[in-house]
Write a protein that binds this ligand. Structure first.
Ligand SMILES: [Zn+2]
Length: 302
């Protein structure tokens, strides 16, 4: 059985298997993104149309393909299936395919599991926060607890050398806990500072819990990066939009600013935090970790 498994992972079929698993996971994430904000069970009932309630046959529910074949339209009624369904399935499929490919090279199945789990949490949070401006505790706190349990169970996630003693497990779990606490408290105080300067709340409690989750998986360096990386990603994406609005409004009317985008108010920060956390976790840490070296040198010299 093990031999068969090793034969399988050496072949290109393994990344394809990842793509397949990822598409199904993406489909499940879409269900989560629809049902969690309205406090419905994510397991029962089976897939049904959000508009008319008719159940959806399995052959109308094939990830990616169903959306393309039906051209984004439901068969039962006039419901237009948002492109988000297609995109989440595609992105999850491609990412999982890539993770399976990486594990077929280094045979590191613990990292495969951790990558798939963290990515799933972040993608679900990105979609839900983008659509509802809320981050459910089930995902942020649930993700943080999952990160702690994984770090405790598999110390190789955080430690370069392990001796298979209990000390490894506690040490790795502690790394993860420190990441969680530093991440969430840092963002909390940034929020307090922002409130003092700008006089309005720019960060939600959900963002703080989310950063705790990112810290549990990525450590305190990853969580620290996510704050600044998230702000950077957000600025890169929104600045052009806001500039266009300003120019457009300047030509139109001066006092009509109802539809204007205001940073931190109408735009959720969570998706950018989660995207920066993903960037760090999925390879960006190689480039970003050296930035923290002066800090470690400073502690050593004390
Ligand atoms: Zn319908």
């Amino acid at each position: 059985m093990i031999e068969l498994w090793f034969q399988l992972i050496e072949k290109p079929i393994f990344p394809l298997l990842g793509l397949f698993v990822g598409c199904i996971m993406g489909s499940f994430l879409n269900v989560c993104a629809h049902r969690i904000p309205i406090a419905k069970s994510i397991v029962f009932p089976s897939s049904h149309c959000p508009k008319c309630g008719s159940s959806i046959n399995w052959f109308r529910n094939i990830p990616i393909f169903s959306w393309i074949i039906q051209k984004g339209r439901a068969v039962c009624c006039s419901y237009i299936i948002p492109i988000r369904y297609f995109l989440v399935e595609l992105i999850t499929g491609v990412l999982f395919g890539y993770f399976f490919y990486l594990s077929s090279i280094d045979s590191d199945f613990v990292m495969l599991l951790v990558r798939c789990i963290f990515t799933s949490f972040m993608l679900a949070i990105i979609v839900i926060d983008y659509e509802t401006m809320l981050i459910p505790d089930r995902l942020s706190i649930g993700g943080a607890v999952t990160g702690l349990i994984l770090a405790f169970t598999f110390p190789e996630i955080n430690l370069d050398f392990i001796q298979n003693s209990w000390l490894d497990h506690f040490s790795s779990g502690l790394d993860s806990l420190i990441g969680l606490l530093i991440g969430s408290s840092l963002l909390y105080w940034i929020g307090v500072l922002g409130f003092l300067i700008f006089g309005r709340e720019a960060l939600g409690e959900g963002d703080i819990k989310l950063l705790g989750c990112i810290g549990a998986f990525c450590g305190w360096q990853g969580a620290t990066f996510a704050i600044f990386g998230g702000a950077f990603f957000g600025t890169c994406l929104l600045l052009p939009v806001m500039l266009c609005q300003k120019l457009f409004h300047f030509q139109k009317e001066k006092n009509d600013s109802d539809s204007e985008l205001v940073w931190g108010k109408e735009v959720p920060f969570g998706p950018f935090l989660a995207a920066a956390g993903l960037f760090y976790f999925l390879g960006g840490s190689v480039y970003i970790e050296p930035w923290f070296e002066p800090f470690f040198l400073l502690i050593k010299n004390q």
